[in-house]
Design a protein around this ligand. Sequence first.
Ligand code: NDP
Length: 675
Amino acid sequence: MTRILENYVADAWVRGARADRPVVSAISGNTVALVGSDGLDFAAILDHARTIGGKGLRAMTFHQRALMVKQLAQAIMARKEELYALSAETGATRTDSWVDIEGGAGTLFTMSSKARKELPDDIVLTDGDFEPIGKAGTFIGQHIYTSLQGAAVLINAFNFPVWGMLEKLGPALVAGVPVIVKPATATAQVAEQTVRIMIDAGCLPAGALQLIVGEVGDLFDHLTCQDVVSFTGSAATASKLKNHPVIGRESVRFVAEQDSINASVLGPDATPDAPEFDLFVKEVVREMTVKAGQKCTAIRRAFAPRALIDAVETALKARLANVVVGDPAIEGVTMGALVSARQVDDVRRSARAIAGEADLVFGIIDSVEARADNPAAGAFISPLLFRHDTPWAAQVVHDVEAFGPVATIMPYDDLDDAVALANRGKGSLAISLFTHDPDVARAFVLGAGAYHGRLVIIDRDSARESTGHGSPLPMLIHGGPGRAGGGEEMGGVRGVKHFMQRSAVQGSPRSLSRVAGKWLPGAPRPQGDVHPFRKRYGELEPGYSLQTESRTITLEDIEHFAHFTGDLFYAHMDEVAAAASPIFGGRVAHGYLILSFAAGLFVDAAPGPVLANFGLENLRFVKPVKPGESIKVVLTVKSKSPRTPEMGEVRWAVTVTNSEDEVVASYELLTMNAI
Ligand code: NDP
């Protein structure tokens, strides 16, 4: 019986009134599932996300949401074989599916870990330092991010049903924004099962995740400025959706990741005997065949120095000859099928257009020898390599994305020419350069950077660890200008901010400290009878401080410190030279001596909740301290962040002043405290 995929709406699995859109096996051509979303109330879906999902998520801190995202990843890993089985129906090899399924879970793991390290255990995120405005320091500004109060509508492409969903879902959930997923119909069975696994994990608050299989009905009519549409797919659909009147009228955030004519360039230094030549050839073939070339980042245009183009063609053809097309379930098959017969037609149509101006040097457009029980039923296609010797006269190869195992090689004259040709893609997701010459790398990046979202430089030094041309990484941005859609996703916590609103908040330090969840200069600094080092993590409030006694720094201290440490720099030891210095005007204390004495003033020595001092940031020595002057310290809890169930990081603002109350040094001290 054909499976009917269900929608997950308002925390329940429901079938569309009509489920008649087929999901077809890429291998057998049989219908494996049916989808439909008729009868769903799309306004109610958005409303449920906003009123129930958003409320629940916004009650959690970044850290709690990040831990929830980690649990989702663990649940997917625990049941990954269910997804591999479904993924095989889409024509994917085990490796292709690994990228999608385990790559997707890995993206959630990374997002979770970076969020817990880099975001506060709070619901507000500050952006940059505070801005002093009033002279007396009673009126300041601070940029902050708060969660959008709408929904993230994720419309995904067919090629990576798991990864494509999770790379957007992770940042949205960490940002506190509920998600409505609309997967591509062609691979909806894999996306639906992934959503089932995440719901079964039982860690999501109500309304945080909904799924629409089939069409989105009138959903776009109900979007507001608090919603985000994040789309991956064709430029044509992107343009249609972006031009929906509500998107413009309500200024709905619309992130698009679409067709991209990505390029790879063999550097002018990479002659056939250089390792980079081989690496380039391997990468071009890998990008053509992984996922049968159905990758938004795949290399479509490969450029080589004119003198090397014949050698490149020969090497690529030799390697492509080893590719075995067929059903990945059969031993020895190295490239699977396209997702559907429709995609085969599409890719063949695009290949024929390219053949109108370029020479086909490998493969046959309209037929392929495929290893499968019934090759005629599967969506198989041959890898197709084209060559165009006058790339400036070409048009189609720079314009048409054949979304399959199709690439074109072209010669260039010099590096400027290569850069200009690469940029003819009018904006791409990824570009790679194979060179061992750092000067070539710099010139290339400066010329090409503005046109490409990610630039990968591969050479003999990096090859072993390189993640390759085509792999977007959760810690780096994914997206590209112009034709690639103009969007930006992931990039670590940058991706989280895409689902939040940045606001400039102005007010007194006291108000803004409370708003920002951390002590800001000028805010009250209450002191108590208890030394802050005697308080556990949970007992410390931002602002709590300690004012120390003062200590005089003598010439003997400076001499002692200099000989003890070996730091005999003239400013501390040579009166004549120090007096001639425009900065010191005589011998001064070592900055490190000031730090050491500051610690001696504020430390509470007995064993207690402070487990370790593990860092010091933003250190500035503001004013020299001369022998005979005294210093004192104010130590203030600036912010806190839990690290493990047993300990948390405390960030202290440390200000060292002289007897005139002038700041001589300031820094932030990091300690690990027992919870
Ligand atoms: P589409 O642009 O047709 O579809 C992408 C997503 O949009 C799917 O989830 C699709 O759902 C949905 N969609 C389509 N029409 C609407 C609509 N009117 N309202 C709301 N959602 C809609 O791309 P395909 O997946 O069909 O692929 C077509 C071509 O796009 C490929 O051949 C390739 O050239 C390009 N592509 C590029 C990618 C990239 O990242 N660069 C990735 C994937 C595709 P449904 O499937 O139900 O129609």
